[in-house]
Design a binder for this molecule. Structure first.
Ligand code: PMV
Length: 332
């Protein structure tokens, strides 16, 4: 009898150029390339124990057994790792996040990055960060980016092996902050997995995908040159494009709430008044206000004066996934 365990910690990321829609849904190969900043302070810690005495996978998220749909997604991911390692043992999984999950704060990114790192280490797989990124992508496209810290790009790829992320610049390259204005804490109605499947039903998705290389290039250059105004313009345009696709899908998807729109409009005014700040919104109503560290105190003060903002999380650029413990085969 044997027990193989590992614990990993990963952070979510905020996409500056967003992935929306899958070229290959089974492989979760993104329809377009994307670019993100990994977020410090927010994290998911996951422990995986493969134990050949277990008769099924046991999954607990934030202290509770997980619903069937989410459990099946985790089991599918574990099956990939079991196939790679050749060991069919079931696993016990415990995962905790220090932020609300499923509300547009990319909890699936930190969850599948931490799960991939912990499970592959527990299973004794020797894989590099590129392979780990490909594996994480199979669980959640954005998770491929959370393997790395700082500023990260994800290639869309034609084949499974081409769809991986790599670091563009480390976390200390640029002191940006993501001030996340939380307007809803509950779980979103339509998850991004279903949303990706709806993307091709929008008549503007093709145009958005075809234009990605231009946006990705402008964003990359803005980050490398630390040009905030160029970054702000492309980040807001990219977010608006993705939400336009969502709203014009069949059926349509509206993630924005009235408070989200109020914040977006305020952010534009604050930038006109001289603050380095721009907005971007994932598949949820919460607004990520990207700003310079210098302007972040004033941006946070202004955000907190808007009605309907429940909280503001401050996230600097963070590190990639780390393995916290890795106990090799413990004989029982
Ligand atoms: O990784 P997923 O399937 O949760 O998709 C992420 C989708 C967005 O967060 C909206 C955009 C992105 O690139 O992170």
């Amino acid at each position: 009898m044997s027990e193989k365990r590992a614990t990993a910690i990963a952070s979510p990321n905020i996409a500056f150029i967003k992935y929306w829609g899958d070229r290959d849904p089974a492989l979760r190969l993104p329809a377009n390339a994307s670019l993100s900043m990994t977020l410090a302070s927010l994290q998911t810690e996951t422990t995986v124990i493969f134990d050949d005495r277990l008769e099924s996978d046991q999954i607990e998220i934030d202290g509770s057994p997980v619903a069937e749909k989410a459990a099946n997604r985790v089991k599918l991911h574990l099956n990939l790792i079991r196939t790679l390692s050749g060991d069919p043992a079931f696993a016990s999984i415990r995962s905790e996040s220090n932020f609300p999950t499923g509300a547009g704060i990319a909890s699936s990114a930190s969850a599948f990055a931490a799960l991939s790192a912990a499970a592959s280490a527990a299973a004794g797989l020797e894989i590099d960060d590129k392979q780990l990124s490909i594996l994480a992508r199979r669980g959640s496209g954005s998770a491929a980016r959370s393997i790395f810290g700082g500023f990260v790009q994800l290639f869309s790829g034609e084949l499974n092996e081409d769809g991986y992320a790599e670091q563009l610049a480390p976390a200390d390259h640029w002191q940006l902050l993501d001030l996340i204005a939380v307007v809803r804490k509950e779980h979103k109605y339509t998850g991004s997995s279903e949303g990706h499947q709806l993307a091709p039903t929008s008549p503007i998705q093709d145009a958005r995908v075809r234009d990605t290389a231009r946006r990705q290039e402008i964003c990359k250059t803005a980050i490398l040159q630390k040009d905030f105004i160029a970054l702000a313009q492309i980040v807001e345009q990219d977010s608006n494009l993705m939400h336009s696709v969502m709203m014009t899908s069949e059926p349509s998807l509206f993630y924005l709430e009235p408070e989200s729109i109020s914040i977006m409009k305020q952010v534009i005014l604050w930038r006109k008044a001289g603050l380095d700040v721009c907005y971007t919104i994932d598949a949820g109503p919460n607004v990520h206000c990207i700003c310079s560290a210098d302007d972040s105190i004033e941006v946070e003060r202004q955000l907190r004066s808007i009605d309907g903002i429940l909280d503001v999380y401050r996230c600097a650029p963070g590190d990639g996934v780390v393995l916290a413990t890795n106990n090799e085969q413990t004989p029982q």
